[in-house]
Design a protein around this ligand. Structure first.
Ligand code: 5AD
Ligand code: FES
Length: 339
């Protein structure tokens, strides 16, 4: 990485608006050159909020007795896909807590039934740390992509965000396994999580360089009222935007979402994310009656009864800034293979 930690520190902390405007413009220019005005979309299906882990930041941690737990069965998941396909989604992201109720065989069955019904769609899994053999089985069942944020590439920091039944080594092992199997792989981290330092962010960027993921998911940390971190401040909008730009400049062809968390800390957060270099949005496709229950953090957007259909809402929002959501799988294509 060309960037030195002092330069990173300057880019993330400077109040010089000319510098930060240029950073965002440069990143958006790179994304425009590669993706034009296209924004890819993925339908997010949050299919279980049971989780065996107890991450200190997360609202669906196992010890949160306040969480009302739910699971969607195969049929309900397929219903979400039916609805999503009609709305123009060609990627479905199955996200959930680490929930052993869904055995490897069941995950494979869910993936293969989606692929059978919708062979023109990509399936992304985001179901946490598994054995390599499980990742391989899901891949062979048809899963195309896997999202597993590394959360922080700083071991000491990792240990302050997670109890000792989780390890940074295993997290990394999972990500390298996923890459090796051939998944389009996504890592990522929260911006402004408790105890994050400039050095940890620098390590996050170096980790991205080393792993060479196809996707990177970043969003601000937002406190959840039933967690250890309830009294910590949320990560900042501006820092998240600058990091999106830096990541776009580092990895021009990466798939980079403007996340729901970014849309939660500011009403125009996702639009600003796109203008800073993001090129993916992941609206919620989960049934409206479970959306409030998948609360990783407080005040999450798109959880009200009235927001049945995020796709239409985002279409309008993205158009208003001069971009278009496209009906496309939006696979990762290395820059050298682009037309
Ligand atoms: N604030 C912001 N993001 C969070 N996540 C979990 N809890 C929070 C929170 N309180 C993120 C984690 C996880 C992803 C699914 O959501 O980075 O990997
Ligand atoms: Fe969900 Fe706007 S994206 S309501």
């Amino acid at each position: 990485m060309n960037l030195k930690i002092e330069e990173l520190n300057y880019l993330l902390t400077t109040k010089n608006e000319e510098v930060t405007d240029n950073l965002k413009k440069k990143a958006r220019g790179i994304a425009d050159d590669i993706f034009g005005k296209k924004i890819y979309t993925r339908g997010l299906i949050e299919f279980t909020n049971y989780c065996k882990n107890n991450c200190y930041y997360c609202g669906i941690r196992r010890e949160n007795k306040g969480a009302i737990r739910y699971r969607l069965d195969r049929k309900e998941i397929i219903n979400c896909c039916d609805n999503g396909y009609q709305l123009g989604f060609r990627t479905f992201v199955l996200q959930g807590g680490e929930d052993a109720y869904y055995t490897d065989d069941e995950v494979c069955a869910i993936v293969s039934s989606i692929k059978e019904k919708y062979p023109d769609c990509a399936v992304t899994l985001s179901i946490g740390e598994k054995k390599k053999a499980s990742y391989l089985a899901f891949f062979n069942a048809g899963a195309d992509r896997y999202l597993l944020r590394h959360e922080t590439a700083d071991k000491k920091h990792y240990e302050r965000l997670h109890p000792d039944d989780m390890s940074f080594e295993n997290r990394k092992r999972c990500l390298y396994d996923l890459k090796e199997i051939g998944y389009q792989t996504g890592c990522g981290f929260m911006v402004g999580s408790p105890y994050q330092t400039m050095e940890s962010i620098y390590k996050d960027l170096r980790f991205i360089e080393d792993l060479q993921p196809e996707m990177v998911g970043i969003g601000p940390f937002i406190p959840h009222k039933d967690t250890e971190f309830k009294n910590y401040r949320a990560g900042s909008l501006e820092m998240t935007l600058r990091l999106l730009s830096i990541i776009r400049i580092m990895k021009p062809d990466v798939l980079l979402p403007a996340t729901t968390a970014l849309g939660t800390i500011h009403p125009m957060g996702r639009e600003m994310g796109i203008l800073a270099g993001a090129n993916v949005v992941m609206p919620n496709l989960s049934p409206v009656n479970v959306r409030k229950k998948y609360a990783l953090y407080d005040n999450k957007i798109c959880t009200g009864e009235e927001v049945a259909e995020c796709r239409g809402c985002l279409d309008g929002r993205i158009k208003s800034i001069g971009y278009n959501i496209v009906t496309d799988r939006g696979d990762y294509v290395p820059i050298k293979n682009k037309k």
